[in-house]
Ligand binder design. Sequence first.
Ligand code: PXP
Length: 242
Amino acid sequence: MKRPLKLGVNVDHVATLRQARGTAYPDPREASSICMAAGASSITLHLREDRRHVQDADVFTVGGDPRIPLNLEMANVPEIIEIALRVSPEEVCLVPERREELTTEGGLDIAGRREVIGETVQRLADTGARVSLFIEPDEAQIAASVAVAAPVVELHTGTYCEAVGGARELELARLIRGAELAHAAGLQVNAGHGINLENIEDLLQVPHMDTLNIGHSIVSRAVMVGLETAVKEMLGALAVYA
Ligand code: PXP
């Protein structure tokens, strides 16, 4: 029997709201517990080098709660690697990061940086973390992900989510092909970035997906309907995946 598509909720923007006023609330850990109770399978926190939303303490509190499987999203930089090694999350997703970007732009170039990424994958895997690489759905990046022994890839859906018309069709075809190649290569296929209740339906044509990681649209929707309902709505949209 096919396993249901899982939802990982990224709660970075709960922290964004807190940082906007320097208050102690809203608390990403409390938000994580609500998401888990509503049916999420994991929680993502992106500890950015500039600490614009998630703070180190958030990673330690959420990561230290045995009821919350943490997917720590991070750049491949020494300072954050050291934190990841101390927190020892269930999953780590390596992403590219530029300080001036609004959000993660594009996938990681594994093909061009195999040695340095391979070393980090190994160090993190040695702590028991399942390492995921956030990549474009390209053959070269998929082959490189296999070469550095990462068990999971997260396919970048941002371009698909922003595209319209024919460009969106092309991007969807690229994701479908990427998922097929990654699955055939023995990789777990996750996907994420920019997914919302409007664009998810077509995205479910992508085969072999295990987990979708979704943040901004769920937290935005939570402002209107509450976090529990926002998570359940998204789970309802995922439920038709076959
Ligand atoms: N996956 C990765 C690798 C990301 O960088 C992000 C954004 O932090 C997400 C998923 C979630 O994207 P969004 O907030 O647009 O749903």
